[in-house]
Design a protein around this ligand. Structure first.
Ligand SMILES: NC(=O)c1ccc[n+]([C@@H]2O[C@H](COP(=O)([O-])OP(=O)(O)OC[C@H]3O[C@@H](n4cnc5c(N)ncnc54)[C@H](OP(=O)(O)O)[C@@H]3O)[C@@H](O)[C@H]2O)c1
Length: 304
């Protein structure tokens, strides 16, 4: 960042994770701008004080050089599509040339590691995607890392486990009546609370590392059925019955089914060792309890 320049984050895709980071940085006095695909989200982002614009492949940003002219940090949470990475394909050259840019973050997925049969994977593990979606991710990661970035720009890739938090957790499935406890013996998955995603991205912005790759997950890879059972216990409702994967698969989307192919434990040592991160929610028990007590506080405030 040039001396005296106010920090300015531009997010391609102001979704769940990016908006959580954006809100935190707004509180710190940052300028935030970025994109969404819908008029409805555009309006709600503007209410927060975010300079939002409509963007997708069919609607490139008209004045991209001006929009990026004082951007110091840039995050992409736009997933790849069948044609490649929508952000790089549309605005890659303008991003490379953004004059004040120093930090770029690309949100990827731990799905790039594929199925390890439950074994632990760190950032050096081989990439072995098992789905077309994850294969696209591997290509998108490389596309972000391999561009000829100027010397002052550090690009890092964040491989995210399943993101949960307020409005997107086991509680929402239980309340909607679509929570399932699926029994696949030995199967575990990793997750991360959205507030901890923001903490990790913030820590990386303070310590940019060219080409850095970070696993983003908590300390506790666990069977998904345990998460549902724990959330039910917190709500004092009976857990749904355990059903076999074969039975559950009959009603699953192709995307949901693909999550049951990969069984792996993800190592998060690097975010702690190299970014100095202390997770606020090191396991799903801590994260779910915090979501529930925040909901209770909101409900009691609105009833009083
Ligand atoms: N959620 C998870 O559990 C999870 C786990 C691992 C990795 N990831 C990946 O991590 C990233 C962030 O996750 P998230 O849950 O915060 O994502 P999210 O809430 O779905 O937000 C994604 C953002 O990208 C925008 N977007 C999506 N497709 C686009 C396209 N083709 N063209 C332009 N914009 C597009 C969305 O626009 P709109 O605002 O119009 O929707 C949204 O702003 C995503 O790439 C996601 O795939 C997510």
């Amino acid at each position: 960042m040039s001396i005296g320049l106010a920090p300015h984050l531009f997010c391609f895709g102001l979704g769940y994770a990016a908006e959580t980071l954006a809100r935190r940085l707004l509180d710190e006095g940052w300028r935030i701008s970025g994109t969404t695909r819908t008029e409805e989200t555009l309006a709600s982002l503007r209410v927060l004080g975010i300079e939002a614009h409509l963007f997708d492949r069919a609607r490139p940003l008209a004045d991209i050089d001006a929009l990026l002219s004082d951007v110091t940090d840039l995050l992409s949470s736009v997933p790849p599509d069948a044609a490649g990475d929508p952000v790089l394909d549309t605005h890659g050259a303008a991003i490379e040339e953004a004059p004040a840019l120093r930090w770029v973050g690309y949100l990827s997925t731990t799905g790039v590691y594929g199925d390890t049969g439950g074994a632990l994977v760190d950032e050096h593990a081989p990439l072995a995607p098992t789905s077309q979606r994850s294969t696209r991710r591997v290509k998108a990661e490389r596309a972000w890392l391999d561009r000829p970035w100027p010397e002052q720009v550090a690009v890092q890739v964040f491989r995210l486990a399943g993101i949960y938090g307020p409005g997107r957790s086991a509680f929402d499935h239980i309340r909607a009546g679509d929570a399932k406890r699926i029994d696949k013996p030995g199967h575990v998955s990793s997750r991360i609370h959205v507030d901890d995603v923001a903490t990790i991205l913030r820590a990386s912005m303070a310590r940019p590392e060219r080409g850095g790759i970070y696993n983003v997950c908590d300390d506790d890879p666990a069977p998904p059925a345990d998460v549902i059972a724990y959330a039910c216990a917190l709500l004092s409702v009976p857990p749904p019955p355990l059903i076999s994967l074969e039975q559950a698969a009959k009603e699953m989307s192709a995307m949901a089914a693909s999550f049951w192919v990969d069984n792996r434990r993800v190592d998060n040592t690097r975010i702690k060792r190299d970014l100095g991160v202390r997770l606020r929610y090191p396991d799903y028990r801590a994260g779910l309890a915090a979501i529930l007590s925040a909901t209770a506080r909101v409900e009691s405030a609105s009833n009083s």
